[in-house]
Design a protein around this ligand. Structure first.
Ligand code: ADP
Ligand code: ZN
Length: 525
């Protein structure tokens, strides 16, 4: 096990924040980066989306000279490079899409030591002209991306990658890191041997944290729900994440009044206050820290036994990160997320106010991913891991979906109503509009499209709008309705919808979330 000197660690963190805007490393990133900086050869297996790029980009930024990144797809190089340039990192690529004068310019900058990172395809790298150029330049590191391409046993063998086999002896003193998302044991060994990695540090990441149990509970009276939870878990260490500073303060206060030891943590406190509160939590002087997402960077408290999300996290990424602060010692940690649709409306409202369309689109997309996660009946762990490109084949038996699967009810009538409404509004609208019509709303859009004159208008009034949304989502997820459309998702009928409407197919729907926690709070201890 590599000891990371604290100076290196803090430099790594500041590079992470300064150039990439992230506050904490993903599993294994830190170890990989430190090993590269220590001059080792490294083999990295991480699921897609696991953050392999940072594993070589950060050392590239911290080392003298230029890192050479080998990447198979010329089409992706430009995107990578553009991204790095936008972050202020001097980067370029060498490939056949460049004109002679453009390549000459890149070579020039390499020789002058102007580039931190240079991308190229393997065939370009192994050309004798390129090799002799690199010999004269100052190379910090070779990063071989999609390293499984060297192996004939893999699914994506590329003969050009085989030639990389000579690299190790041509540059005996330059560290090499091989990265891939897909490698069986056999391919892994093949990569190490073809590339002649020297006594490599091998890092294999799964994002699975089996000792974390994931639960989503309906948020009803969250303060009381939390208090009743704490009563049953006295003396355990835990983090409660809230969205705003005000709610952090309010909840911490409320918990103290109820006789629990809790401290607040958010960016509005003085540096001094913040570090004192954090210190007290780490030293076990206080059980609970109530915090905004500002809390957590560099926190390495091993025995956090619960992580509660009072509010909906921004996205699945942050959710994984924040819950990941629990159970570092490998022992059990309960991760509880309070969820209701009201929060969703609140977040939508904030997103609408963002000035840039690109940011809004991203935020809406992330919000809908986390909504689907919450409303899904799938194993939570499987769903979360799938987001990071990993596939568990078995349900985990350690999440609310696995342990207490939600009840089902015959939702054929509701499904028929909703599908009929899709049909009568002409299959030209998103689910929100369809539900507005069904619910009997008189929005501008409803009036303009004269959908308030349809017979179906208002027919679904006895069910709440949120419940209709939930039903709509479930029908879409189970393929009873289709969604299409480039810019706006439009709901359409399909084979299944028609059968349901014709009464030849019945539909089972899931009951809304009923939490174990909220049940217990009706008879407070
Ligand atoms: P991979 O190459 O493993 O598929 P990437 O390097 O493209 O994954 O990273 C996937 C996404 O995760 C990118 O958007 C990247 O910016 C983000 N990411 C990587 N590391 C971190 C981190 N430490 N914190 C937050 N996001 C990260
Ligand atoms: Zn599960």
């Amino acid at each position: 096990i590599l000891e990371i000197p604290s100076k290196t660690r803090s430099e790594m963190h500041s590079v992470l924040e300064k150039y990439f805007g992230y506050t904490s490393f993903r599993p294994n990133q830190e170890e990989v980066i430190a090993s590269i900086l220590a001059g080792k050869d490294v083999f990295v297996l991480m699921p897609t989306g696991g953050g392999k790029s940072l594993c070589y980009q950060i050392p590239a930024l911290m080392m003298k000279g230029t890192a050479i990144v080998v990447s198979p797809l010329i089409s992706l190089m430009k995107d990578q490079v553009d991204g790095l340039l936008a972050a202020g990192i001097p980067t370029a690529y060498l490939n056949s899409t460049l004109s002679d004068s453009e390549s000459a310019e890149v070579r020039n900058r390499l020789m002058k030591g102007d580039l931190k990172i240079l991308y190229m395809a393997p065939e370009r790298l192994m050309m004798s002209g390129t090799l002799s150029l690199l010999k004269k330049a100052n190379i910090s590191l070779f990063a071989i991306d999609e390293a499984h391409c060297v192996s004939e046993w893999g699914h994506d063998f590329r003969p050009e990658y085989r030639k990389l086999s000579e690299l190790r002896s041509l540059f005996p003193d330059v560290g090499m890191v091989a990265l891939t998302a897909t490698a069986t044991e056999r391919v892994r060994k093949d990569i190490v041997s073809v590339l002649h990695l020297k006594d490599p540090v091998i890092k294999i990441s799964s994002f699975n944290r089996p000792n974390l149990s994931y639960q989503i509970v309906e948020k009803k009276d969250p303060n009381e729900q939390i208090i009743s939870y704490l009563k049953k878990n006295r003396g355990k260490s835990g983090i409660i994440y809230c969205q705003s500073r005000e709610s952090v303060e309010r909840l911490a206060d409320r918990l103290n009044k109820a006789g629990f030891s809790a401290l607040p943590y958010h960016a509005g406190l003085s540096d001094d206050r913040r570090s004192k509160n954090q210190e007290k939590f780490i030293r076990d002087d206080v059980d609970v820290i109530v915090a905004t997402v500002a809390f957590g960077m560099g926190i390495d408290k091993p025995d956090v036994r619960f992580v509660i999300h009072y509010d909906l996290p921004k996205n699945l990424e942050s959710y994984y990160q924040e819950t990941g602060r629990g159970g570092r010692d490998g022992l059990e940690c309960e991760c509880i997320l309070f969820f209701n649709r009201g929060d969703w409306h609140k977040i939508r409202f904030f997103i609408e106010k963002k000035p840039s369309k690109k940011e809004r689109d991203l935020a809406f997309q992330q919000l809908s991913q986390i909504m689907n996660y919450c409303e899904s009946t799938e194993c939570r762990r499987n769903a979360l891991l799938r987001y990071f490109g990993e596939n568990l084949t078995e349900p985990c038996n350690n999440c609310d979906s696995c342990i207490s699967p939600r009840e089902k009810f015959d939702g054929t009538k509701q499904a028929q109503m909703l599908i009929r409404c899709v049909s009568e509004t002409g299959q030209k609208f998103g689910i929100s509009h369809v539900i507005d019509v069904l619910y009997g709303a008189r929005t501008k859009k409803v009036k303009e499209s004269r959908h308030d004159r349809l017979e179906i208008h208002g027919l679904g009034k006895s069910v709440s709008k949120d419940e209709w949304k939930r039903i709509g989502n479930e029908l879409i997820q189970s393929g009873c309705l289709s969604v299409s459309g480039e810019r706006y998702p439009i709901v359409k009928m399909n084979e299944k919808s028609r059968k349901i409407l014709a009464g030849t197919l019945s539909v089972e729907l899931t009951e809304p979330l009923i939490s174990k926690i909220s049940k217990t709070n009706t008879n407070p201890a």
